[in-house]
Structure formats: C-alpha cells, structure tokens
Design a protein around this ligand. Sequence first.
Ligand SMILES: *[C@@H]1O[C@H](CO)[C@@H](O)[C@H](O)[C@H]1NC(C)=O
Ligand SMILES: *[C@@H]1O[C@H](CO)[C@@H](O)[C@H](O)[C@H]1NC(C)=O
Ligand SMILES: *[C@@H]1O[C@H](CO)[C@@H](O)[C@H](O)[C@H]1NC(C)=O
Ligand SMILES: *[C@@H]1O[C@H](CO)[C@@H](O)[C@H](O)[C@H]1NC(C)=O
Ligand SMILES: *[C@@H]1O[C@H](CO)[C@@H](O)[C@H](O)[C@H]1NC(C)=O
Ligand SMILES: *[C@@H]1O[C@H](CO)[C@@H](O)[C@H](O)[C@H]1NC(C)=O
Ligand SMILES: *[C@@H]1O[C@H](CO)[C@@H](O)[C@H](O)[C@H]1NC(C)=O
Length: 483
Amino acid sequence: MAAAPPLRVRALPLLLLLCAAFSFHAAHGVSGGGGHGLGVNYGRVADDIPSPRRSVELLRAAGAGSVKIYDANPGVLRALAGTRWPVSIMVPNQIIPDIAASAAAADRWVAENLVPYYPATRVKFLLVGNEILSDYSIANSTWLRLVPAMENIHLSLRKRGISSVKIGTTLAMDALADGDFPRPPSAAAFRPDIAASVVRPLLHFLNGTNSYYFVDAYPYFVWAGHNLTVPLDYALFQGGHTRYVDPVTGLTYTNLLDEMLDAVTIAMAKLGYGRVKLAVAETGWPNGCDYDQIGGNVHNAAIYNRNLAARMAKNPGTPLRPGAKMPVFVFSLYNEDLKGGPGTERHWGLYYANGTAVYPIDLTGRRPLWSYPPLPALENNTPYKGPIWCVLSAAASKKLNETAVGNALAYACGQGNGTCAAIQPGEKCYLPNTTVAHASYAFNSYWQQFRKTGATCYFNNLAEQTIKNPSHGSCKFRSSLDS
Ligand SMILES: *[C@@H]1O[C@H](CO)[C@@H](O)[C@H](O)[C@H]1NC(C)=O
Ligand SMILES: *[C@@H]1O[C@H](CO)[C@@H](O)[C@H](O)[C@H]1NC(C)=O
Ligand SMILES: *[C@@H]1O[C@H](CO)[C@@H](O)[C@H](O)[C@H]1NC(C)=O
Ligand SMILES: *[C@@H]1O[C@H](CO)[C@@H](O)[C@H](O)[C@H]1NC(C)=O
Ligand SMILES: *[C@@H]1O[C@H](CO)[C@@H](O)[C@H](O)[C@H]1NC(C)=O
Ligand SMILES: *[C@@H]1O[C@H](CO)[C@@H](O)[C@H](O)[C@H]1NC(C)=O
Ligand SMILES: *[C@@H]1O[C@H](CO)[C@@H](O)[C@H](O)[C@H]1NC(C)=O
C-alpha cells in the first residue's frame, strides 16, 4: 500500500481545508450525470419484474441518463448493449477477499464479467462492494481487503488497456462518525474504527485514479428520525425560506441533501483528500411505508425525485463545491418486494413490479413541475398514533402457500416465550384451526414481543401491518399500544 498522506494536514485550520475543497469545480463533465437525466439503480430483488429488455424501455421512458446494477448480470448487460448509457457494475461483497488476495482472481473477474460486454455496453464505473463498511459481520474478513481488491481490479484493467472505466465502492452515511446527520457539516469526520485503516487508503486510491467517492445519501431517513426538528420541505428540496447556516464555514444550506454531501467532503478533507469527487450512488424517497413509519408515500416520493431531477439538471453542486458535476443515481427502478426489513425497503421504485409507473417523472429534469398531473393526497406525514397489528398479508392469504406459511408460523412460534400459547388446542385462538388464522396470530404475537429490538413485520413477504383489529370472539390480538 502506498504511503499514507501527511498527517500535518489534520492540523491545518478547517477553513484552509475547505478552501482546497472549494476550489475544485469539476472540470470534466460526467456523462450520465446532470443534464442527461439522473441515473437509476436497477435492483432486482423482486418477484416477477419486467425482463431486462422491457426494463430498458421503462428506463428510457423515465428519461434515465445512466444505469447502475448490483452485479454483472449477463442478461442485463446484454440488454444495455448499444443503449449508449454509461453503466455501473458491481463486484459482490463476498468475493472481495479473494480478489484482494489474488491478481489472477481479479483478472478472471474482469475477464468474465466485463470484457464480454464491453464496450458494446458502455461500462463507466466498476464498484467493488456495496456499503461494506456498514456490515460489521465482515469487518475482519473484508474491510482491510477493500482497497487491495480495488487495486487488483485496477491492475487488470490497465493490463487490458481499459482506461475509461473508473473504480469505486459505495459507502453509506454511517461511514461518518455521526451517521447520516452530521450537523453542522463542518463537524463531520469518518468513524475512528475505519478512518485511518480503510478510508484513508481508499481516498488515496480514488484521488490517484481520478475516481469518485460514491455515497448513498437518503434525506428521507434523516428527516424521519428527526421529524420534529427537520422540516419535511427542507428534505424535499422545497424549503422556501428555510435555511441552515453552518456556524464554522458560514455556508448556507437550502436542503438536507447538500448538508449530507458537504459533510462527506469535509470528512474527506480532514483526511487530506478534500478534492476527491463525489458521486451519489443512491438517493430517493419511498412511495410507501408501514403504519409505524412516516412520510413514505407517492406524493413525497414524486416531489423528491422530480425536484432532484430538476435540480441536478442545472449542475448546482453543493454550497462547498458550487457547480461541481456529480453523477447521481436514484434508488430505484422497481418496488422490490423480496427485500426484508421495514415497509419502506420495498417501496423505492419508479415502477411497480408490473411495469406501471408509480407516478409520472422525467429524470432529465426538463419537464416543468407545474405540468405534472395532481398527486394523490398526503396520508402519513405525521406519526400514526393508533394501534397497529401484524397479520398474514392479503396477498399471501389469497395465493396461499401452505409450506411457506407453515415455515413462517413455526419460526414465529419458535422465537419467544409463549408466543403461540393461545393457538394450542383448547386455547382461545385455536379456532378456527387453519394455517391462515394461526399464522396471523403468531406473526402478531412475535412482532409485538420483539419489535422494540428491531423485529419487522415481514416474514419473507407473507406479513403486513394492519390498523384493523384482527381479534375475534374471545381471541384477543395484542396491539402496538399494549405494553
Ligand atoms: C473480529 O476480530 C476481533 C479481534 O480479533 C474479535 O474480537 C471480533 O469478535 C471479530 N469479529 C467478528 C465479527 O468476527
Ligand atoms: C491527489 O491527486 C492530485 C492530482 O494527481 C495530487 O496532486 C495530490 O497530491 C493528491 N493528493 C494527495 C493527498 O495525495
Ligand atoms: C419522529 O422523530 C422522533 C424524534 O424527533 C423519533 O423519536 C420518532 O421515532 C420519529 N418517528 C418516526 C415514525 O420515525
Ligand atoms: C400494477 O400494480 C399496481 C400496484 O400493485 C396497481 O395499483 C396497478 O393497478 C397495476 N397495474 C396494472 C396494469 O395491472
Ligand atoms: C411455497 O413455499 C416453499 C417454501 O418457501 C417454496 O419452496 C415453494 O417454491 C413455494 N411454492 C410456490 C408454488 O410458490
Ligand atoms: C422468557 O421468559 C423468561 C421468564 O419470564 C425471561 O427471563 C426470558 O428473558 C424470556 N425470554 C424471551 C426470549 O423473551
Ligand atoms: C386442526 O388442523 C390440523 C391440520 O389441518 C388437523 O390435523 C387437526 O385434526 C385439526 N384439529 C381439530 C381439533 O380439528
């Protein structure tokens, strides 16, 4: 590994570092970034989504300017051939250690996953891993191997004379010590557990190869977590007169995303790399959410993504880097129903899985905002205070898979204390003696018991939250308001 950058940089006054960052106004345009339409993340963790060919049509209809995928799927890469879109492909997290350990393994990956499709498919970015520094279970096995893996891939590309593909990796906002909301941005710094060991060598690599720091930045989550203090409109790029002034830099912010991006730049500057370019690998707003979440709705999602497109088309940069060109990728093409976690996870799409647009959008940002048809009314911008239950979803009971539901039922009953006592023979919820009825009872019982420690109402897409009391007769379902 090349020498670490001089430590003295850390002793310089912050303002000096900021000037260095400030003086950078991306000299080179980035195709696929502003002006040509936002990029789109084409994730495929879903049942029955349109084919790659149909997906290309849907991307085109939305005005996408580039496409990012989470692997190097051959069918997808072939469908993207000849489209002229800059394409971003990804090395999966699991193989990073192998690729770091062996130049031959890296070269084999390039030979199998890039070379057959390139340049017909205009691969522009090759991302090594997805948010690996957020996954503590691979801290020992993978974190220190990230940069060596990127270097091996770089060597392979050089050897093959491929110079137009930039190498990067995506990082979530939790690479910063204060997570996704480091306010003021001037206080931002990388987490101490990764700053010197991983991030500094990463920045050295990115700086030396004129590549980008790819950040996943979601104002939605910041707003949701601070819904009492951060105005929604400030997160949606329509803050009106809402301003935030960083007391150290004096820079004035008009929206949340800019604060988050400048925080990353400032953290980079503190490690001596204030000139590394930024790319927004993922951003967006959920078009739906669970009852115990807020603000995930079609109305807000349409406003966020339309405003983002209109804004980025003008290449505004950020207060710290006015005019800097940034590739920006919206998350995501489809609502992905096989993603676990809370309801928002399955509702980021521009399209439903059946290919219907969730709301009209022009990702080139050229369509005037006033010309869109009216949006559905708002429902959930403030927390829901009533009781919530978790039951077998309407879709899962309509298309019942006894095996899958039986497995989920067994899982729920196996986790806790008496989770399923009431559905044993002779007990209050035994009748009706059906998998459907027992599953709803067990899902709810499990979720109420464990939601405080992070359990979600998901069960492999078999469960959903409801605000309709599923209790019947003498069988009582506990609600989110019962302690
Ligand atoms: C990583 O290594 C440290 C120190 O050896 C150890 O304490 C920790 O449990 C390991 N973490 C994982 C996830 O294996
Ligand atoms: C970053 O790259 C530039 C251009 O190659 C170089 O002049 C500069 O010294 C590099 N910065 C660091 C901290 O290595
Ligand atoms: C709203 O914000 C408060 C803190 O400001 C937080 O505790 C709460 O969880 C948030 N509500 C939701 C639904 O995220
Ligand atoms: C596609 O799915 C959405 C959401 O489930 C639904 O509202 C819409 O009617 C469907 N469109 C068609 C054409 O089936
Ligand atoms: C039903 O669920 C089982 C277990 O999850 C799965 O293996 C099977 O493919 C499913 N059957 C259908 C028809 O979807
Ligand atoms: C089960 O109940 C016992 C006694 O009430 C308690 O100590 C234990 O923590 C509970 N376990 C779980 C998983 O809730
Ligand atoms: C309950 O349902 C199971 C499975 O269908 C069946 O084997 C059992 O005999 C039923 N019990 C009663 C008391 O009906």
